[in-house]
Design a protein around this ligand. Structure first.
Ligand SMILES: [Mg+2]
Length: 330
């Protein structure tokens, strides 16, 4: 691929970084935390028997969103949410690794009349109401690409993140985690820096201090602290812990070393390894760029939708390009 300007290089890193984290985490999904001496590889397998280099549900669902956003659709519009919901259904019908909360929502929405988006939203709200506080990481895991849909407008980005998350994870914790992560991705691609706290003003004031404490607690700590990271809060904290490490001043790592090390830290957290590494990989790709992704990963990555690296890059670039058009400026 020809070289991209720095902004587009970072945009191009989002879905690719997510997919690579995902595929690197697949072999160890639901396993124990892993030692520093362990180097994740895209060898496939895991509990669902993926092929080497294949990404899983996390990136498959992100692709469902990206195939809509890459045409410039407003993700808060009912027609867009209908299409995303229909794509989620089509993916799940042929998938071996649909998460528990998403399975419940899809089953519950299947028999509801009317457009797919409204049916899924009703089901999502019912599931959230019946299980307060039990919130999976399934909306957070697919939200990085939403950070590219309105790159010059943080409020519009937050509204889109909330709308897409609510299709399956209507609990405030699920919505707010998606808003924070999408805003961090938007900021990373526009300004080239990592800052998860920057989106705190986009969550309701009543929950802001709690999120500030969670982010502060997880900054530059060992991601293995967050076991059972299927829970959305611990998934966000594990992924942020993986991304936010601060190198020794004298080590001066390259962008590639920072991306690789961050993703490896995420996988070593154990448990929902592919999801934590997918979440971390989306943000690390956004800040370090497509050019920081190792060639071997680029060669091997593939998955749902028939995409390989160039397809994931194209979806991200097209999404952000429409986001720029919509705003008239970067
Ligand atoms: Mg997965």
């Amino acid at each position: 691929m020809s070289s991209l300007d720095p902004f587009r290089d970072r945009v191009a890193g989002v879905l690719l970084g997510q997919a690579c984290g995902d595929a690197l985490g697949v072999p160890d999904e639901f396993g124990p935390a892993l030692p520093d001496s362990y180097t994740p590889r895209m060898t496939g397998g895991g509990p669902f028997g993926f092929d080497p280099g294949e990404y899983s549900d996390d990136t498959a669902m992100a692709v469902c969103i990206a195939e809509v956003s890459s045409r410039g659709a407003d993700l808060t519009a009912a027609a867009s949410l209908d299409e995303i919901a229909e794509r989620f259904r089509a993916w799940a019908a042929g998938s071996k690794d649909v998460g528990a909360q998403i399975s419940r929502v899809l089953a519950r929405s299947a028999n509801r009349p009317g457009p797919a988006g409204a049916a899924m939203l009703d089901a999502s709200r019912a599931v959230a109401a019946a299980n307060p506080g039990h919130v999976g990481n399934g909306a957070l895991m697919r939200t990085a690409v939403v950070g590219l849909t309105r790159v010059a407008d943080r409020d519009a980005t937050a509204a889109a993140a909330r709308a897409v998350a609510e299709l399956t994870h209507a609990d405030p914790l699920g919505l707010e985690a998606a808003v924070l992560w999408s805003e961090a991705v938007r900021l990373a691609v526009t300004e080239g820096r990592l800052d998860l706290e920057s989106g705190l003003d986009l969550v309701p004031v009543s929950n802001r201090d709690a999120w500030a404490d969670r982010i502060e607690e997880a900054t530059d700590v060992d991601p293995r602290r967050y076991e059972r990271n299927g829970y959305v809060v611990w998934a966000l904290q594990a992924a942020w812990a993986a991304c936010s490490w601060r190198p020794e001043p004298e080590s001066d790592p390259t962008p590639r070393q920072r991306l690789v090390h961050g993703i490896e830290r995420a996988v070593r957290a154990g448990d929902d390894t592919d999801t934590v590494a997918a979440i971390a990989g989306g943000l690390l790709g956004a800040v370090e760029g497509r050019s920081s992704v190792p060639d071997q990963w680029v060669d091997d990555i593939h998955g749902y939708g028939g995409h390989r690296a160039d397809g994931l890059v194209r979806l991200a670039l097209d999404t952000a390009e429409h986001g720029l058009d919509r705003s008239g400026e970067r």
